[in-house]
Ligand binder design. Structure first.
Ligand code: FMN
Length: 172
């Protein structure tokens, strides 16, 4: 963990061996290769009661603060019921208004198939915009079959998103 990470990865999967989380990590690694500091937040590690605002938790408060202060956020989620996970929504609901102003956000989703790929544009982009964040034009969507059969295609998406985010960091 670094004191002031430029990039924060935020994983919204409930799975311990998560495909979407692995993609978040891969984007972070590509950015780190250019000297960008990063921190990683796995929502599955945070207490569910606190995520539902039924209790307070220091780790959750730190995660919210880290997310709010990130220059770049890389958000990954599996598609659940045609959208992002409830866990990711619960976390975003706890962020203050305009929490992502001045934050560029890279979007990543994985799904069982391609039917719900537009959730990136129809669900994730509005979610980010509701907090005044700016989504990168590139995003990653990969189906489970593509991840298994076409790793090169997925890698191209990873590199394209990392390059766009790097350009936004360097433009500051
Ligand atoms: C509760 C649940 C709901 C799901 N709903 C969808 C869905 O609506 N559309 C879809 O394409 N995949 C759906 N999936 C499949 C996952 O999105 C897919 O396997 C994904 O790659 C898992 O990502 P993860 O390994 O990061 O958790 C669902 C999976 C679960 C567990």
């Amino acid at each position: 963990m670094t004191d002031t990470p430029v990039v924060v990865g935020l994983a919204g999967s409930l799975s311990s061996e998560s495909r979407s989380t692995a993609l978040v990590t891969r984007v972070l690694r590509e950015l780190e290769a250019f000297g960008v500091t990063s921190e990683f937040i796995n929502l599955a590690d945070l207490p569910a009661d606190a995520l539902l605002a039924r209790s307070r938790d220091a780790a959750l408060n730190r995660a919210l603060q880290t997310t709010t202060s990130a220059r770049v956020l890389v958000v990954g989620t599996p598609i659940y019921r045609a959208s992002y996970t409830g866990q990711l929504k619960a976390f975003f609901d706890l962020l203050p208004r305009d929490a992502l102003a001045n934050t560029a956000v890279g979007l990543i989703a994985t799904g069982a198939g391609r039917d719900h790929r537009l959730a990136v544009d129809h669900a994730l982009r509005p979610l980010v915009a509701s907090l005044a964040g700016l989504s990168a034009s590139r995003a990653i969507y990969a189906s489970d079959a593509e991840l298994d059969a076409n790793p090169q295609d997925v890698q191209q998406q990873v590199t394209a998103l990392a390059r766009e985010l790097l350009g936004l960091i360097r433009a500051d």
